[in-house]
Design a protein around this ligand. Structure first.
Ligand SMILES: Nc1ncnc2c1ncn2[C@@H]1O[C@H](COP(=O)(O)OP(=O)(O)OP(=O)(O)O)[C@@H](O)[C@H]1O
Length: 244
């Protein structure tokens, strides 16, 4: 898939996609008690990274993913996306940066049932650029073909299986050609065959587009097949291991 000049994109200079420097996150739960759930996290992801983020329930994985996805802000420390510091950004700047650089895939995919599969995939581009152009539609159709759903473009999401809906969500996450793809338990509610298909899609896009991929997973089968394993326990990174 080539980048179309008719569709806005962020140009990437160096190899670094994401860097966290001393990132802490505390939730304000209305009590004076310290409630820091992430402690001084240092982490760097480069282009081509294919990593899993694992750890026990409550260790802070979703909190970390929300920070990396620019859906939430650190309490202290700095988070760089494409070498740009993000902590002082306002909501609009953060939304703009996220829109062109980060793709998000969640376990329950959050597809809009009133829209067709094709329109769901087009949605991130329409939010940024308005009415879909022929180039945008071509790109969305190309992605649906790449995830094996070309024939289902005009269906509604609830007419698809769970695995098919997850593939639509992946196509939607990729339509802005992100440099960083984040997935929160993307195979959590899928059978083994569908989970393997979804995993292979991440692998393929990682290889074809050289984007960084970070997958939060409890599934040791998925984690074992990633190039790098990052493990979080009690808000600390206790392991960050490259396997190849
Ligand atoms: N909005 C919030 N307000 C207050 N505390 C929160 C909030 N979100 C998460 N927490 C707390 O932060 C800690 C980490 O939660 P988080 O959801 O990041 O963990 P997790 O590793 O993703 O867990 P799981 O694997 O069960 O999804 C938990 O103690 C949780 O109760």
């Amino acid at each position: 898939m080539s980048r179309s000049h008719e569709i806005e994109s962020h140009e990437v200079q160096g190899n670094e996609v994401l860097r966290l420097a001393g990132v802490c996150k505390a939730y304000d739960v209305g009590t004076p008690v310290e409630n820091e759930v992430l402690h001084a996290i240092d982490l760097r992801l480069d282009r081509g990274t294919f990593a899993s983020l694992t750890g026990p329930s409550g260790s802070g994985k979703s909190t970390l993913l929300n920070l990396i996805g620019l859906l939430d802000t650190p309490t202290s420390g700095e988070l760089f996306v494409l070498e740009r510091p993000t902590r002082a950004m306002d909501d609009q700047e953060r939304t703009d940066l996220r829109g062109g650089t980060i793709g998000l895939v969640f376990q329950f995919h959050h597809l809009i049932q009133a829209f067709s599969v094709l329109d769901n995939v087009l949605m991130p581009l329409m939010i940024r650029q308005g009415r879909p152009t022929a180039a945008m539609i071509d790109r969305a159709r190309g992605l649906l073909a790449a995830v094996g759903l070309a024939a289902l473009a005009s269906r509604r999401p609830n007419e698809l299986s769970g695995g098919q809906q997850q593939r639509v969500a992946i196509a939607r996450a990729l339509v802005s050609e992100p440099v960083l793809l984040l997935a929160d338990e993307p195979t959590g509610n899928l059978d083994t065959v569908s989970a393997d298909e979804v995993f292979e899609l991440f692998r393929r896009f990682n290889a074809e587009h050289d984007c960084a991929v970070l997958i939060v997973t409890h599934d040791p089968r998925i984690s074992a097949r990633c190039d790098r394993v990052i493990e979080l326990v009690d808000g600390h990174i206790v392991r960050d291991e490259a396997k190849r």
